[in-house]
Design a protein around this ligand. Structure first.
Ligand code: NAP
Length: 552
């Protein structure tokens, strides 16, 4: 049955603002896109209803999109080998791209991007990835397990989709909602998402840079091992012969600082580009709730990122999942990535910070099998289970409240007898009656061959060690500034490893600025935004009036 192309009054699933935005971007669609949905036939199934409504609505937003519906008992299900419901196929006559489970939340982004790429008939892979994929001679059917609240998941699934478009004869791509299919997730021991099952026996956890994903898909080995087999360095090479794209300012990092710098740079008349090696939004994207960003009493981190990104995109070019290999400072500043070379007059480092690990036995071993650093991504998997949240700052308490809200039995473990977190969060923790184990550190995370079983805690006041059985450990003990690129070009750092800046966010290198968490300080969204604006305005001022020339 095909969806009716009329706009009879209906209650929309996609909010009005989203409809407008999608209609706009769908104007750029080239070829027809066929969404073929399979449902169980049970009219009351909420996931079936969602997929039906979502596909119908996308079809109503563009004449290029067509939606078709079947039940799993129809012949079409046999033809396309569909056994699980709901399932959504995209242009199944041409590609093998499927969503197993309703693409709700973050997964919906992947569906929109897939519609776009399929319509354009372009994989969007870098030249380096295409070259690697050419080596593939056997079929590959990667399954990416995701969750609706995981902002990293769409990026990893899109790596698979791009390969499925580039090599439709050999590669398929499947996005599996691990929440909707717990048995399938258990079969592949999915503990942390995105979890990519390349084959029955080879898997990987986390969102990967595109070239790394392609390498692992082709070699069926961990990327480091595959590179060492080839006698190559861990860094991918950038496209040779690519002409540098010219900008006034290149901004590295698309968190609140980088996104704001993009707005301020363009409004000052500077042509800018914002590049992130991972997802847009940085740490805010994985913050369940933000309650202290002025103007928003309580907003989901991802929702705030959406608002910020939409604003920045009105002005600047924002790119994600693009790793910078090298920065060269010459007459102009050159930034090399796997996808191209960007030449600019100024560089803003808004590279943020990454989570700190405990460094105890068992932490690495059980990462993805009980140990997690992302409550937004993995919390759902621990509903009804016992977990420990390690840390006493704002992140640990925000995440503990989020887990409790999901129905997880969470206990906070803190190394001192009072929290560093703000009072409002401490009050909320008390209200929710979340237990706290004070004065204790994690000495070891233990388990069996598959999953963690518990944690050995040491009470720092008594010196006593105790074993605590649990199903999961969430770690939120602060962050380490991402300064690798800064150090490579000789930017001076503070003692705590953050970038040293002056009041104008200038570093010691003329034309290089830094903003946001990479510079340390109180590390709030509101300060990151302010620093991003300051860095862009300083770049504007300096380009007009180079202070280093005056000094000479
Ligand atoms: P943080 O404020 O640095 O807190 C880290 C916590 O982990 C501290 O309680 C620290 O203990 C503990 N810790 C550090 N190393 C440890 C170890 N090896 N073992 C056990 N515990 C350890 O980090 P964060 O909570 O990630 O926050 C980072 C920044 O982001 C902060 O500026 C924060 O305000 C901001 N943030 C704000 C919000 C919000 O405003 N809603 C939300 C999230 C983050 P001690 O207290 O003993 O040092």
């Amino acid at each position: 049955m095909t969806a009716q192309k009329n706009k009879e009054s209906r209650e929309w699933l996609i909010p009005e603002e989203g409809q407008k935005h999608l209609k706009d971007i769908f104007k750029g669609l080239k070829g027809d896109v066929h969404l073929v949905a399979f449902t169980s036939g049970d009219q009351k199934n909420e996931f079936d209803t969602y997929i039906r409504r979502f596909a119908e609505e996308l079809a109503l937003l563009s004449p290029k999109i067509h939606a078709e519906f079947h039940t799993v008992k129809d012949e079409a299900a046999t033809k396309y080998d569909v056994k699980l419901t709901p399932t959504l196929l995209v242009n199944p006559e041409q590609y093998r791209i499927r969503f197993t489970g309703a693409p709700m939340g973050e997964e919906a982004r992947a569906l929109i991007e897939t519609v776009f790429l399929v319509s354009m008939g372009q994989s969007g892979l870098s030249a380096a990835s295409k070259q690697l994929l050419e080596e593939l001679k056997e079929p590959r059917n990667p399954r990416v397990f995701t969750s609706p609240s995981c902002p990293y998941c769409p990026g990893q699934f899109m790596n698979a989709v791009k390969c499925a478009i580039a090599k439709p004869d050999l590669v398929s791509a499947e996005c599996v909602d691990s929440d909707e299919f717990p048995d399938l997730s258990a079969k592949y021991k999915v503990g942390s998402v995105p979890h990519t099952q390349y084959t029955d026996s080879f898997s990987g956890v986390g969102m990967m840079p595109e070239e790394r994903f392609v390498l692992e898909l082709v070699a069926l080995k961990d990327a480091e091992q595959a590179l060492s087999d080839r006698g190559m360095e861990a860094k991918p090479s950038h496209e040779h012969g690519t002409e540098a794209k010219e900008y006034d300012v290149v901004i590295l990092g698309a968190g609140p600082a980088g996104l704001t710098a993009g707005i301020y740079a363009e409004r000052s008349g500077l042509k800018s580009i914002v590049i992130d090696k991972s997802i847009i939004g940085g740490q805010v994207a994985v913050t369940p709730n933000v309650e202290n960003y002025p103007g928003f009493k309580n907003v989901g981190g991802m929702n705030l990122v959406e608002v910020l990104t939409a604003h920045t995109r009105e002005y600047s070019n924002v790119r994600e999942n693009e790793t910078v290999d090298e920065v060269k400072i010459g007459k102009r500043i050159e930034v090399y990535t796997a996808k191209g070379v960007y030449s600019a007059k100024a560089l803003i480092l808004a590279t943020g910070a990454q989570w700190r690990s405990l460094g105890v036995p068992g932490e690495k071993q059980f990462f993805g099998n009980g140990v997690s650093y992302c409550a937004s991504c993995d919390g759902y998997a621990f509903k009804g289970k016992k977990v420990l949240m390690i840390g006493g700052g704002n992140s640990a308490l925000t995440d503990a409240l989020h887990l409790k809200n999901l129905g997880v039995q969470v206990t906070v473990v803190h190394r001192r007898d009072n929290f560093r977190a703000e009072q409002a969060l401490q009050d909320a923790l008390n209200r929710e009656k979340i237990p706290v184990i004070w004065d204790s550190t994690v000495e070891e995370i233990y388990g069996d061959a598959e999953r963690i079983k518990g944690v050995k805690l040491r009470n720092l006041k008594t010196g006593e060690d105790t074993l605590h059985e649990c199903d999961g450990v969430f770690v939120a003990i602060g962050h380490i500034a991402n300064t690798e690129l800064a150090s490579d070009i000789g930017v001076h750092l503070n003692e705590d490893g953050t970038i040293k800046v002056d009041r104008g966010m200038r570093t010691n290198i003329p034309r290089v600025y830094a903003a946001g968490d990479v510079t340390g300080g109180v590390r709030q969204i509101v300060t990151a935004v302010g620093e991003g604006a300051t860095a862009a305005l300083s770049a504007f001022e300096d380009i007009q009036n180079p202070y280093w020339k005056k000094r000479a």
